[in-house]
Design a protein around this ligand. Structure first.
Ligand code: ADP
Length: 429
């Protein structure tokens, strides 16, 4: 039995005994119960005051139930305070870590207002914490590309490059990611140095290719003249080989120049509605005239008559690369299928062959410059190792994606997935 119950029992027994002596049993019992109730009430009031200001007041020191309640509350308070200390420690460490980050981090609330920002946000974006607390981020970063990114919920995780609001020469990569419900995290990274290096690399490749073009043209001209004229049997074998190699160099330089033009965006896209069926048919006709064409069965499958709004020269060169590869790298008589089909979103242009296929570990590197599965074979086929890199860039410029699937012994499929925005109804003439 609890201490309180013993206390009450003893009090009532004493009151009953005194009531017996004085012949007023009920009155004594009533007074004892009333006294006990008042004492309890006073203790509850003390407890209530203590709960309101636990630090200022001492806990009510009554035995029994109230004491138990006080002890439990004290224990819970201790636990809470430990937990709070731990969380404060975590928060401090998190803030120190994010403050030390070279990337700017800005926590945005539901309406795009600044909720928190680290030290780097001040240097890269000019967002100062706590001065800019609750200021909308679009008032601090006014770049139109960023405003569009901010307004479009489907573009979360996408990166854009903008100039820093503090320094025109500083190029920043900005990314918005969803964060804790309706909030967002703005991450900014200084890309000035990387972009400068990339531009230097692109310019270097473009310049070298340009510089090599003229001397090589001269050499090719002389080699051609010598091949036709020479009588010496020694030169008769050497000259064609020299011509073949110079031809390869010429093709490589041509492809390198095409690539650097695509990369620098030097040449603007000329988007026009294009009849895909007609384009594919003309590429098939060209394939029949290829040196490596040996009775390949090239067929065209179309489940839509929709057209594509594209730069027809670029798309022709990309698809020709895929079809010519399918002819170059498959045995005589092999089936090659070109297809144009609608997808749930957009449309797919695919070139599939039933050749030897490509081992899986090569697939993700296939679009790298000069990456070849079999270098000797590519050289024999007159390849430059740049074809698929060009295809990838052309597709990127059209907002499309290249997917490569292949199985050894079964064949390969190169699919170009175009976005719905550039797939249009057939135009009748
Ligand atoms: P290349 O000029 O050497 O053909 P590409 O970039 O066009 O360069 O292709 C890269 C490599 O991918 C080729 O060297 C070849 O090994 C492989 N490849 C491309 N298409 C096919 C295909 N349809 N079947 C098998 N291998 C292919």
């Amino acid at each position: 039995m609890q201490w309180d119950n013993w206390r009450l029992l003893t009090l009532l027994s004493l009151a009953g005994f005194a009531g017996l002596i004085f012949g007023q049993m009920m009155a004594f019992l009533f007074l004892a119960a009333l006294g006990y109730a008042i004492w309890l009430q006073l203790n509850w009031i003390k407890l209530k005051h203590w709960l309101e200001k636990p630090k200022k007041r001492r806990s009510p020191s009554a035995d029994g139930m109230i004491d138990d309640v006080c002890r439990q509350i004290e224990h819970m308070r201790q636990q809470n305070s430990n937990r709070k200390k731990k969380l404060t420690g975590y928060l401090k460490r998190f803030q120190m870590a994010t403050a030390a980050l070279p990337d700017a981090i800005v926590v945005l609330g539901e309406f795009g207002q600044v909720d928190w920002a680290n030290q780097a946000a001040r240097q890269l974006l000019g967002v100062r914490w706590p001065r800019d607390n609750n200021v909308r981020i679009n008032n601090l970063i006014r770049d139109p590309a960023f405003q569009q990114l901010l307004e479009d919920p489907h573009r979360q995780g996408e990166s854009i490059t903008v100039k820093s609001p503090l320094d025109e020469a500083m190029q920043l990569e900005l990314k918005l990611v969803n964060y804790m419900g309706a909030g967002r995290l703005l991450i900014a990274r200084d890309m000035t140095h990387t972009i400068k290096l990339q531009r230097m690399r692109r310019d270097f490749v473009a310049n070298v290719s340009h510089e090599l073009k003229t001397p090589l043209t001269v050499l090719r001209g002389y080699l051609e003249a010598f091949t036709d004229d020479t009588d010496s049997s020694q030169w008769r074998t050497a000259l064609p080989a020299m011509r073949q190699q110079s031809e390869r160099m010429h093709l490589m330089i041509k492809d390198l120049l095409v690539l650097s033009q695509l990369e620098t965006g030097e040449k603007a896209l000329r988007r026009i509605p294009t009849d895909v069926g007609k384009l594919l048919q003309s590429i098939i006709d060209d394939a029949h005239t290829l040196e490596h064409y040996r009775d390949h069965q090239i067929t065209l499958e179309m489940d839509t008559e929709k057209w594509l709004v594209c730069d027809v020269d670029e798309i022709r060169s990309a698809v020709s690369n895929l079809v010519f590869n399918a002819v170059k790298y498959t045995p005589a008589g092999c089936a090659v299928t070109l297809s144009w089909r609608l997808l749930d979103e957009g449309a797919r242009l695919a070139v599939a062959d039933e050749g030897e296929g490509i081992a899986e570990h090569h697939l993700e590197r296939l679009t790298e410059r000069f990456y070849r599965v079999d270098k000797g074979r590519s050289n024999d086929a007159g390849g430059t190792g740049l074809g698929l890199a060009i295809v990838k860039h052309v597709l990127q410029r059209h907002g499309a994606q290249l997917h490569i699937s292949s199985e050894l012994g079964k064949g390969s499929c190169f699919s170009c997935d175009f976005p719905a925005t550039i797939v249009v109804e057939k135009i009748s003439v």
